[in-house]
Design a protein around this ligand. Structure first.
Ligand SMILES: *[C@@H]1O[C@H](CO)[C@@H](O)[C@H](O)[C@H]1NC(C)=O
Ligand SMILES: *[C@@H]1O[C@H](CO)[C@@H](O)[C@H](O)[C@H]1NC(C)=O
Ligand SMILES: *[C@@H]1O[C@H](CO)[C@@H](O)[C@H](O)[C@H]1NC(C)=O
Ligand SMILES: *[C@@H]1O[C@H](CO)[C@@H](O)[C@H](O)[C@H]1NC(C)=O
Ligand SMILES: *[C@@H]1O[C@H](CO)[C@@H](O)[C@H](O)[C@H]1NC(C)=O
Ligand SMILES: *[C@@H]1O[C@H](CO)[C@@H](O)[C@H](O)[C@H]1NC(C)=O
Ligand SMILES: *[C@@H]1O[C@H](CO)[C@@H](O)[C@H](O)[C@H]1NC(C)=O
Ligand SMILES: *[C@@H]1O[C@H](CO)[C@@H](O)[C@H](O)[C@H]1NC(C)=O
Ligand SMILES: *[C@@H]1O[C@H](CO)[C@@H](O)[C@H](O)[C@H]1NC(C)=O
Ligand SMILES: *[C@@H]1O[C@H](CO)[C@@H](O)[C@H](O)[C@H]1NC(C)=O
Ligand SMILES: *[C@@H]1O[C@H](CO)[C@@H](O)[C@H](O)[C@H]1NC(C)=O
Ligand SMILES: *[C@@H]1O[C@H](CO)[C@@H](O)[C@H](O)[C@H]1NC(C)=O
Length: 600
């Protein structure tokens, strides 16, 4: 996060002091996201920009497959694959919308179904035997039996999918791996990622050994704060009150050094987290490139069921860490502990994305657009643009007169960044289906003398959190706790709702549908999740001022009533056809989370 940047700003020493020469910057030129940012240095093209793949002039079908979960356990017999069959001009093998009918072989018809077989390449066992799936579809789930795949720590199983047109003239293939691990033989947890809905799930004694979907809603948390509350009878807030507020995860920010935490206090902290079912996101920002240190740290964590996932690099793209660093770290962690996902946060808009993102299962973004000057650096006093400057929010445009859309909607940088992290994964061409889950880091801090002019307000905080959820954020971990009383109040309330069972059932158990909105000067953002005859609708108004006039959110289903789970929400009525929510006027930065009953 921003702490190191601030230190530099305050203490006046530079990133150029670091030993490894980063990239293509001239010696002595400090860079952030690859860009020179000091007044004394000139702008140059930082490179590392990932572009959309070029369109070709023929249609292509890109057959893709992945197991639904990134890992299975030996005790499980049922599993499924998720298959995508997108047709586009960019990726895959040539596709002609024509096949001979398999029933009457002289008749041509459109090629709308693929006939697929999936088998284990190591054993040749057939896992899916010639099933039919639609062409140009995504998220097709196909069950298979895991019995033929023995659990192994040594290797995953490699499977091959073959997809044929009905006349078998057009053929597509893809491979993936299936990881089947032995059950743990200690008290530690197992956490996995659901590639269909992108949620994280954990299984341990804390969940009575059932898989429990978890939507983290919480904070990076100061270790000073945590350690000062341990064994401290005069602390009015501590881990117990933190958990009771509604936060279901904690992300301790390690102090520096290659052995960052006091072992006694860390053990005590973890034991309390176990007792509170407070999930731990274990941060190795200072040590992730030191394999010896990682090995030591991981061994102390293993018995604790509250361990949910690891976090390695903190803004490696900003710091210009070596391009292979996150991947090397990932491989090392995997070799020690294949049972927990690895995450990292990217700070730059688009800087060597493929390399840095390859070292994680979950990607976070920390876009801080509140009270920041995105065109002139408040700290370094230079212009900020695509090749120069550090304004605290890379390539952001909030309030920049040169970008009217971002003046109209200063939250657009967040929307754009979350969408972009999914889009960039698609562009790398090695995205598994819909890609790695993206979690958000809302701005929830203020430091005098930094890029940011004030604390975010409670309303801004709610908008920043829920907007990310609307755009596919699968976890919220704000920077940082302790925070302002106002932010603590609103985030605790949101955590209870968003991370609560009722909402999680939708967020991690149904497809997200972006909704069309009408009115509200184009500042209404809405999404829905439909499951089991119910629908969850989340609406965010990104305008600061109250607005009159009717606003409308178009729903994917008809409803006959809605209940407010969060927000004033008052006034939402149902349109005549049942397929929309309407109200008269919206309040500045209004957020509503509603649940309705589906009819028809
Ligand atoms: C960059 O700026 C630093 C000091 O801020 C200066 O020492 C160095 O000579 C500059 N380098 C170039 C190539 O301009
Ligand atoms: C797209 O084509 C242009 C022009 O040929 C080329 O410069 C660019 O590198 C291509 N982009 C990608 C992502 O391959
Ligand atoms: C496994 O799949 C079979 C066949 O689809 C089904 O009958 C059975 O209930 C499933 N078992 C579990 C534990 O889900
Ligand atoms: C193939 O052609 C059929 C019939 O015209 C059409 O419905 C379908 O969308 C086409 N599929 C693709 C992927 O172009
Ligand atoms: C494939 O599906 C996408 C999204 O559903 C659609 O936008 C696109 O037009 C389809 N492509 C073809 C070739 O039919
Ligand atoms: C527990 O599992 C680990 C592998 O995760 C293995 O190395 C170890 O020998 C097992 N211990 C026992 C007591 O079975
Ligand atoms: C105990 O908590 C109080 C109140 O937060 C704090 O002022 C004090 O420094 C803490 N003591 C220690 C030893 O951390
Ligand atoms: C937090 O404080 C409360 C009230 O003093 C106390 O009962 C509880 O044990 C404390 N929890 C921790 C984790 O120290
Ligand atoms: C760790 O913390 C404990 C409790 O505050 C303290 O007694 C001990 O000296 C610390 N250990 C180290 C190595 O600093
Ligand atoms: C790596 O970590 C180990 C164990 O904490 C430590 O002894 C060593 O000095 C560290 N190496 C570096 C380069 O920091
Ligand atoms: C990682 O990249 C660095 C250059 O940044 C290189 O020196 C090192 O050899 C690479 N390590 C491996 C294992 O490839
Ligand atoms: C960014 O700003 C610098 C300094 O004003 C200027 O030299 C450079 O041309 C600008 N780059 C772009 C892409 O506009």
């Amino acid at each position: 996060m921003i702490v190191p940047v601030l230190l530099q700003a305050l203490l006046g020493f530079g990133k150029g002091a670091r030993s490894e020469p980063p990239f293509n910057n001239p010696p002595g030129v400090d860079v952030w996201c690859g860009k020179a940012y000091r007044e004394t240095n000139a702008s140059f093209d930082p490179g590392g920009w990932l572009n959309a793949p070029n369109a070709t002039n023929e249609l292509k079908l890109d057959l893709r497959i992945a197991p639904r979960y990134n890992l299975y356990l030996g005790s499980q017999r049922n599993a499924s694959f998720i298959v995508d069959t997108p047709v586009s001009y960019t990726r895959g093998l040539s596709y002609k919308n024509q096949t001979f009918d398999d029933d009457s072989p002289s008749t041509k018809k459109p090629f709308t179904e693929l006939i697929i077989q999936v088998r284990n390449l190591q054993t040749n066992a057939v896992l899916v035997d010639w099933a039919r799936i639609p062409v140009n579809a995504s998220g097709i789930e196909i069950e298979f039996d895991l019995s033929s795949m023995k659990p192994s720590l040594a290797h995953p199983w490699t499977v091959l999918i073959i997809g044929n047109s009905p006349d078998a003239i057009q053929t597509y293939t893809a491979t993936t791996t299936v990881t089947v691990l032995p059950e743990r033989n200690d008290t530690g947890s197992v956490a996995r990622i659901d590639r269909l809905y992108r949620g994280i799930e954990a299984k341990s004694s804390l969940t009575k050994n059932n898989w429990k979907p978890i939507f983290p809603y919480s904070f990076y948390t100061s270790w000073d704060w945590i350690s000062s509350t341990l064994n401290n009878a005069s602390a009015t807030k501590n881990l117990t009150t933190f958990r009771a507020s509604g936060y279901n995860l904690i992300h301790p920010v390690p102090p520096g050094g290659s052995d960052p935490f006091n072992h006694t206090l860390l053990e005590q902290f973890l034991t309390i987290c176990d007792a509170l079912e407070l999930y731990v996101m274990y941060d190795m920002r200072h040590t992730y490139q030191n394999t010896t240190s990682i090995t030591r740290q991981l061994s102390a964590l293993q018995p604790h069921p509250s361990l949910l996932l690891y976090y390695t690099a903190d803004e490696p793209d900003g710091w210009t860490d070596p391009l292979n660093a996150t991947r090397l770290s990932y491989t090392h962690i995997r070799s020690l502990d294949p049972y927990h996902p690895v995450s990292l946060v990217l700070n730059c808009a688009n800087f060597h994305f493929a390399e840095y993102s390859s070292g994680a299962d979950i990607l976070l973004e920390d876009t801080y657009p509140i009270a920041v000057n995105t065109s002139v650096s408040a700290v370094y006093h230079t212009a900020c643009n695509a090749t120069y400057g550090d304004c605290g929010c890379d390539n952001c445009h909030a309030h920049d007169a040169a970008y009217p859309a971002y003046v109209h909607n200063p939250f657009l940088d967040i929307v754009e960044r979350v969408d972009s992290l999914y889009r960039l994964q698609e562009w790398t061409g090695r995205a598994h289906l819909c890609g790695k889950p993206v979690w958000g880091v809302p701005q929830a801090f203020w430091d005098a003398g930094s890029f940011w002019g004030r604390w975010p307000s409670a309303q801004e905080e709610a908008v920043m959190g829920v907007l990310r959820v609307n755009h596919g954020g699968l976890g919220i971990v704000a920077w940082m706790y302790p925070t302002s009383a106002e932010i603590e109040g609103v985030t605790a309330g949101l955590a209870r709702v968003v991370a609560g069972e009722r909402v999680v059932k939708f967020l991690l158990g149904a497809r997200r549908v972006a909704l069309r909105t009408v009115g509200g000067e184009g500042l209404l953002d809405a999404a829905a999740w439909v499951r089991g005859g119910r629908v969850l609708v989340s609406v965010v108004f990104q305008g600061y001022g109250d607005l009159g006039g009717e606003v409308e959110v178009r729903l994917p289903v008809s409803v006959d009533g809605v209940e407010v789970l969060w927000g004033e929400g008052g006034g939402w009525g149902i349109g005549l056809d049942g397929k929309s929510l309407k109200k008269e006027g919206v309040k500045g930065l209004e957020v509503a989370i509603l649940e309705g009953r589906v009819v028809g």
